[in-house]
Design a protein around this ligand. Structure first.
Ligand code: MRU
Length: 348
């Protein structure tokens, strides 16, 4: 397979490499993925994360396995295991469908070509989303974002963060409030890192602070990503997204979701059907971003019951617009079923 390069995922001289996102922003360490089982572990532990990138990373793991001579049955089993590694982001299913499940005859060259295509396509999708979405941002806007949606979760500029970066490149003087994003601090650790590299002014806040800032009219717009968008426009995203949507609606602040078509699930009629991943309670009972969920610091007693859903679902009624690679779809478009026209050509 040819060499591929992005901020957090590479294929380099026959080696599949991922940037270990658990260690950022303090350490930039690349780890090699040797097998699909390895990739399952890498995805589960959030060394690679974010809806588009987990699909692409899984695809490269399958292609690499095929290139090493894996049998058809081994490839099918590996794809099934990868699909189960994280349940909420639909990009993983689309990638496995495209490479393995929707193909009757599996051969190495075809699998590798489709994996490379996914990788390269994502960069173009990011550019298209950035271009559409930047038109929604005005000079001087104060924005709030949640989780991390930039170059660490795509092979290009990102989804919501890509939009913000594009507006900045266009000369719009924006400022971004970054939700820390409990419990794994993707905002505090990763989004601030990306914004700092891009030179975009930003301020870190805890997840509970956005409502107060909105009440003080210090936030103009919300931009964030999605892990799965249902056919009616309801969507799942990092836990805490729904809170932001509710307070944004209350304060009359536009709330935008940015995602590629690979995040839209046409088989899922509405948000109630989206599977929500529940993660290790240790992530909430202490600080556990590093070392496979083992808490570096635990603040609860060992037997405190914990609920730790990684995502929540926001109804389409709270969305001002969804920015897809194909354009911007407002609330009325979503109600009229506008997303249906973008069904992936790769879905059977
Ligand atoms: O648990 P994570 O870090 O993989 O969650 C990521 C998110 O929720 C992102 O907001 C989402 O994937 C959209 S970014 C393309």
């Amino acid at each position: 397979m040819k060499d591929l390069d992005s901020l957090a995922l590479k294929y380099d001289g026959g080696r599949l490499l991922v940037l270990d996102q658990r260690l950022l922003p303090h350490e930039e360490r690349w780890v090699q993925c040797h097998s699909p089982d390895d990739m399952c572990h890498i995805i589960k532990t959030l060394q690679v994360r974010g809806a588009p990138l987990i699909g692409i990373a899984a695809a490269l793991a399958i292609a690499d396995f095929a290139a090493r001579g894996a049998s058809e049955s081994a490839l099918r089993l590996a794809a099934k295991n990868l699909l189960a590694s994280r349940p909420t982001a639909v990009n993983l299913r689309l990638a496995m469908d495209r490479l393995i499940f929707n193909t009757d005859y599996l051969e190495v060259d075809g699998i590798c070509l489709r994996a490379v295509d996914l990788f390269e396509e994502d960069r173009r999708l990011c550019d298209a989303m950035a271009e559409h979405g930047a038109s929604l941002i005005a000079d001087g806007d104060n924005l709030v974002t949640h989780c991390n949606t930039g170059s660490l979760v795509t092979t290009g500029t990102g989804t919501a963060l890509g939009v913000i970066k594009r507006a900045w490149q266009q000369g719009k003087r924006v400022h971004v409030f970054v939700d820390e994003t409990r419990p794994l601090l993707q905002g505090a650790r990763l989004t601030t890192w990306e914004l700092q590299q891009a030179g975009i002014p930003h301020t870190l806040i805890t997840d509970s602070m956005a409502a107060g800032l909105m009440a003080q009219r210090r936030i103009d717009k919300v931009f964030l990503g999605a892990d799965r968008i249902a056919a009616n426009g309801d969507f799942a995203n990092k836990i805490g997204t729904y809170n932001l949507a509710v307070v944004a609606q209350y304060h009359g602040i536009p709330f935008y979701v940015v995602a590629p078509y690979t995040t839209v699930d046409f088989e899922c009629p509405d948000g109630s059907q989206i599977p929500i991943e529940e993660r290790n309670p240790e992530e909430v009972g202490g600080f556990a971003s590093v070392a496979d969920g083992q808490p570096a610091l635990k603040w609860t007693l060992p037997d405190v019951p914990v609920f730790n859903p990684a995502f929540d679902v926001t109804p389409a009624a709270l969305v001002s617009g969804i920015v897809l690679d194909k354009g911007i779809f407002g609330r009325e478009d979503l109600q009229a079923g506008a997303l249906a026209q973008f069904k992936s050509p790769f879905e059977k």
